[in-house]
Write a new protein. Structure first.
Length: 799
RNA sequence: GCGGAGGUGGCGGAAUUGGCAGACGCGCUGGUCUCAGAAGCCAGUGACGCAAGUCUUGAGGGUUCAAAUCCCUCCCUCCGCACCA
């Protein structure tokens, strides 16, 4: 029989699928399944991470087709972004030319992997047909007050010369180039994602098929904390200082108050005091430090006394007011009440600066707490002491009671603070969606009317690399007329953050050619939500949070009827080489193209699924790759020795394998599914297969190695593609065994095994065991104390 | 510090309502085929031991007839968040 010529076979079938639109997803045909992998940035070259991500999704999609679903499995390109601009600066290529070239190259590579995309639905976010809907969405948000402009300090990456969202600052550096981010006062566009914070948090409970850690990361990012805002009064002027605490039960233990160095009240408090100079010096020192420096000095908490005192409203006690670097202006009220006995940070600071302490929650266990003996704060539960009329209450109860009491007395207010901030979307960049806003001297900020969309990005702009928005230097773009008064006006020259583009692309795939709306609500109703989403963990916060936000916004517009866009989420692990992430700088990249060239796409797909479970990290291994290729060849050669009829051993194994592989595919355990198929093939090599058995093997393996299996299917005499062939079903009759091997242990150690009929009775087994020669020496050491029988599995005799 | 995941042969990894630890693959060893090699095919392969056997799932303890799996104490690795009041 012919050699396994993977090159020829793979090209043949890729052309076939493309020509026949094999994977075209039809609207409302039958039960749908939407399988989506995170679309790539068109860098021009796919890497092993893509290969892994897309292979997982592809196998699942193909499997779902065979199970009778109408599968939507689309692909597109997240095509706006900085690399295109950098290429323009470096190579003098226009960003759109560069991007389109990269897209063409990546389409070729993705096709070369044999992925089952519905290419008719391909989208690219840099096309006006796509980004006009970014602008449309922005205007809808603007109308509802969800897009607004505000001047405030923003994260600025000096190297990229642009702003960054909070989510894009990693360890104080730019997520893309790792340059230290600085704070800069700028007027910028924001999206009011905070209006959705409750829903974004609450609806996490709907996502029971998301990885736990992603849910946790999102919840932490949204950062809800409930507590009380308590009003302290400055002693001499009566100025009110609101502080926030989640521990109102410790209010009687507050022995000082701390303000953040940037707190607006500081100026007022220190003006004209002897301490003024020292305080100012301290503030200068702290505020000049970068956020990194400030947070890295975590161990030592620095601070300075203002010279003034505040009155604790619950007991009218005078407590000193300090300023310290460990209190952050961005969170809560920028001021805290310090309870050193029950908060570790306050404890360290109080020790450092010799401030008073008082225990107000007594540890119910012995030994009781004593201030002189404390080496750290007691943050556990206990009973209220030194707390006036609340003494004796369990503190968890007191939390509620005291909060309500303070609210009643008007000295506090029950409040909830959130960590989530509004989303900064302005970027001083060229290669992105122009923000559809016009500035008119007379009318102010004027939205571009819907009928004027899209605001098209001009093809040419000066790319100097000097920073600042290139669009602002394009006169024909900037100069326009005001839609309201027709006077001369200027366009907004910032573009949108590219995360905007990817926050709704999954909806666009439902109706990629829609001309009146970003997507057709009816088609979205059929296809959405995405049944299975697959991508990298690096998007656990940004992309997934923004997409959830957009979905909820579309729900409010009445365009969709669900809360959450992604029903199941799989985060695939990274591909490593020599224990490290593949990267250019480390020079440890394995190029997928070279592997396809050498072993074929099917072998690459097989290896990457076999080497590790999808969620785990995967260590690249050239020799493992060869093993995958060897296995495919073994399957290929089965055709040479088909028998008239397969024997019972093979059939038994076959049905066992159908069951195992089906279950494993369903739950993404591709590595063990492949292992099961290898076992079956090993059995076939021992006993031989017939046509029917071989056909089943081909169908089971088809989602993983589709090219070779299509070819074998054809060789076996089928005219059509197997892509929509019915998934094999196992016959339970073949799984029923007549006899089982029962392991016999003596004192927990395996000493013998015996063949027995299924569901053999205990007394019969006992008889068989006592007659077993092999067991005699072990049983003769003493009387049998215990005889444990686990039906059809194991016998353990204790002597 | 908090949260999450994890630690099993030379390597990647199987095995979880507690029931034969190491499936499958890689590597290695031997055989077969060959003038020879490659490929293929067959067999062996946790450690120690000539063997009977003993030991073995990060360390130590416990529960149990039986523990990689459950409980306790501890160690280590990776990831995320991090002075969030």
């Amino acid at each position: 029989m012919a050699e396994y010529n993977f090159k020829e076979i793979e090209q043949k079938w890729q052309a076939y699928w493309r020509k026949n639109h094999t994977f075209k997803a039809g609207f409302q045909k039958r039960k749908k399944f939407y399988c989506l992998e995170m679309f790539p940035y068109p860098s021009g070259k796919i890497h092993m991470g893509h290969v892994r991500n897309y292979t997982i999704g592809d196998v699942y999609s193909r499997y779902k087709w065979m199970c009778g679903f109408e599968v939507l499995h689309p692909m597109g390109f997240d095509a706006f972004g900085q690399p295109a601009e950098n290429a323009a600066i470096k190579n003098k290529t226009k960003p759109d030319v560069w991007t389109h070239r990269c897209i063409a190259e990546m389409e070729r590579e993705l096709s070369g992997m044999g992925f089952s995309y519905d290419w008719d639905r391909e989208i690219s976010t840099c096309e006006p047909e796509y980004y006009r809907w970014n602008q449309w969405i922005f205007l809808k948000m603007f109308e509802r007050g969800l897009a607004y402009k505000k001047a405030s300090p923003v994260n600025w990456c000096p190297s990229c010369a642009t702003t960054l969202a909070n989510e894009e600052v990693i360890d104080g550096g730019c997520w893309r180039c790792h340059t230290q981010v600085i704070q800069k006062e700028l007027e910028q566009w924001y999206l009011k994602i905070t209006d959705y914070k409750e829903r974004l948090l609450e609806d996490l409970s709907e996502l029971d098929h998301w990885p736990e850690r992603v849910i946790t990361m999102q919840a932490n990012w949204i950062g809800k904390s409930q507590g009380v805002e308590i009003y302290f009064k400055e002693k001499s002027t009566g100025t009110i200082i609101p502080v926030f605490t989640t521990r109102p039960d410790t209010i009687f233990g507050a022995t000082y108050v701390v303000l953040a160095p940037e707190h607006p009240l500081v100026e007022k408090l220190i003006a004209g005091r002897p301490e003024e100079k020292t305080v100012r010096q301290f503030i200068n020192k702290v505020t000049q430090e970068s956020k990194i420096q400030r947070t890295s000095t975590a161990v030592k908490k620095e601070g300075v006394f203002t010279g003034t005192y505040a009155i604790n409203p619950v007991n009218n006690e005078e407590v000193p007011i300090w300023i310290a670097d460990y209190v952050l202006m961005e969170y809560g009220t920028g001021a805290i009440m310090a309870v050193p006995t029950h908060d570790q940070r306050d404890f360290l600071f109080a020790k450092e600066h010799n401030l008073p302490m008082r225990i107000v929650i007594q540890n119910p266990m012995q030994p009781h707490l004593r201030v002189e003996e404390m080496t750290q704060a007691y943050e556990g539960d206990g009973v209220q002491i030194n707390s006036g009329q609340f003494n004796g209450l369990p503190n968890q109860q007191a939390k509620k009671v005291i909060a309500e009491w303070m609210e009643q007395k008007g000295i506090g207010k029950i409040k909830t603070f959130w960590r989530l901030r509004d989303w900064l979307i302005s970027r001083q960049r060229y290669w992105g969606t122009p923000i559809p806003i016009i500035y008119c001297d007379k009318c102010g900020i004027v939205p571009v009317p819907y009928q004027d969309l899209p605001v098209v990005l001009p093809k040419e702009a000066p790319f100097t690399g000097e920073g600042g928005s290139p669009l602002s230097k394009v006169k024909e773009f900037v100069e326009t007329t005001c839609p309201r008064c027709q006077q001369k006006a200027r366009r907004e020259t910032d573009t949108m953050a590219t995360f905007f583009d990817s926050s709704w692309y999954f909806l666009r795939f439902c109706s990629p050619k829609a001309e009146n709306l970003p997507f057709e609500p009816l088609e979205a109703k059929y296809w959405m939500p995405v049944d299975q989403y697959i991508g990298g963990i690096e998007h656990a916060i940004l992309h997934l949070l923004y997409s959830r936000f957009f979905t909820k916004f579309f729900k409010d517009l009445g365009m969709v009827d669900f809360n959450e866009p992604f029903k199941c989420l799989l985060t695939q692990g990274m591909v490593l080489k020599d224990g490290q992430v593949m990267s250019k700088s480390k020079g440890n990249i394995v190029d997928p193209d070279s592997m396809i060239e050498k072993y074929g796409a099917d072998a690459l797909r097989l290896f990457i699924l076999f080497a590790a479970p999808p969620e785990a990290e995967l260590e690249w291994d050239d020799r493992g790759m060869e093993g995958a290729y060897r296995f495919l060849n073994r399957v290929w050669r089965i055709q040479d020795n088909l028998k008239e009829k397969a024997n019972e051993v093979v059939l038994r194994q076959l049905h066992k394998t159908i069951k195992k592989v089906s279950e494993d595919y369903e739950s993404f355990k591709f590595n063990t599914a492949i292992a099961a198929m290898m076992e079956l093939v090993n059995t076939i090599y021992l006993y031989g297969a017939d046509k029917k058995v071989f056909e089943t093997v081909v169908l089971l393996l088809a989602p993983i190695a589709p090219h070779m299996c299509e070819e074998l299917w054809q060789i076996l005499g089928h005219k059509d593609s197997l892509a929509k062939e019915k998934w094999p079903q196992y016959d339970p009759a073949w799984l029923v065994e007549k006899t089982v091997t029962i392991v016999v242990q003596v004192n927990g150690k395996v000493r013998s095994r015996l063949e027995a009929p299924v569901d053999c009775s205990e007394s019969e087994l006992k008889e068989a065991v006592l007659g077993d020669e092999k067991l005699k020496p072990w049983l003769s050491t003493g009387p049998i104390k215990k005889f444990v029988v686990v039906p059809n599995k194991i016998i353990n005799i204790v002597v």
